[in-house]
Design a protein around this ligand. Sequence first.
Ligand code: NAD
Ligand code: FE2
Length: 383
Amino acid sequence: MANVFFVPKFIVTGDEALKTSMDYMKDFGKKALIVTDDMMVKLGNVEKLTTELDAAGIAYTIYSGINSEPSHSMIDKGIKIYKENDCDFLIGIGGGSPMDSAKAIGAVVANGGSICDYMGKKIEKELPPIVAIPTTAGTGSEATRVSIITNTDSGVKMLLSDVKLLASLAVIDPVFTMTAPPAVTANTGVDALCHALESYTSKKAFPMSKLYSLEAIKKIYQHLEVVYKDGSNVASRRAMAEASLEAGIAFSNASVSIIHGMSRPIGALFHVPHGLSNAMLLKVCLPYIREGAETELFELSKAIGVYEGDSVKDGADAFVATTNKLLDTLKIQTPADFGINKDEFLAQIPKMAKDGLASGSPGNCKNVPSEEKVQELYKGLWD
Ligand SMILES: NC(=O)c1ccc[n+]([C@@H]2O[C@H](COP(=O)([O-])OP(=O)(O)OC[C@H]3O[C@@H](n4cnc5c(N)ncnc54)[C@H](O)[C@@H]3O)[C@@H](O)[C@H]2O)c1
Ligand SMILES: [Fe+2]
């Protein structure tokens, strides 16, 4: 079977990436809708962007209403502002939430209807150009054909996946991630780790996607602990921003699997941030992933330099042990630490298992899980 490899049209990386990106943005139109959150305005990240847009002669309107993981009503509001202000293209600046929102607004502007119509559907018409500027490392949304929006009426975190959701321009300037506090750094960093791990062990993986998964994994095991402990380390922030991009490219091509499939329902029902719900699940799901992909975990142990021998079992053991140690260092909250009521969580397990499997992601494991297995793994979060 042939493999098709997707990436954004342009990717600008490194110091001064924002300035350089203006050469490309000029071709996207006269006026941009900047989609962001209040924190980006407060930290001055939006001002860094508008200073460059002013210098390039590009007009803009700012919509800073994405102040949590995006809901369908936030997208509705963005569509209205885009149309009222006659915008030509979108710039999502922030973590995954503003970037995904920019994509979702663009999808509906071009195709009509409501964002809730698009779950699992093909997007027919091209979106206006989307510029994605990540400030977390991260979701990798800048490089993926994915947007995740919560339908707050049905309580489902909708996975929208279509090649038309790829950004036209991704701008990766490590300066934007420098202000991320330790908990955001840890949770979003583990999100990138899950993208790399799940794509590497996915049954859809192929040689080119695996290159990106591997490169991301190497950087994450070397630099995530460093930026968690010292957020001012520029070299490690840069490495994590690159790792997030690479992991995004990897999973946009080879898909995520059981961790992300089980994570979205926790986010939708208990309002746990995306990176954190993945991080909570990683320890519980890793032994299950191993059952179908022990050789891959052995390969990863070699890539991160924690095992030198020839035993597949010992290499996989070393990878699991190193990952668990990293999660302990990052002080990942448990569902109980986060304030979730155990009885309420247990009562929702049947719905979460159904919704998780319906997203299709768990089916990308080499050992496709049953509904009973997914339920058992959810229960494992409380052991
Ligand atoms: N499209 C994709 O491929 C993809 C992949 C994974 C996750 N997601 C989605 O992305 C969303 C989560 O994105 P996220 O984890 O980046 O979080 P986020 O965008 O929700 O941001 C989390 C918090 O961190 C703050 N923040 C962001 N950057 C900061 C910085 N540099 N300094 C200080 N504070 C900062 C934000 O203001 C916010 O309060 C979820 O909706 C998730 O489902 C999308
Ligand atoms: Fe993710």
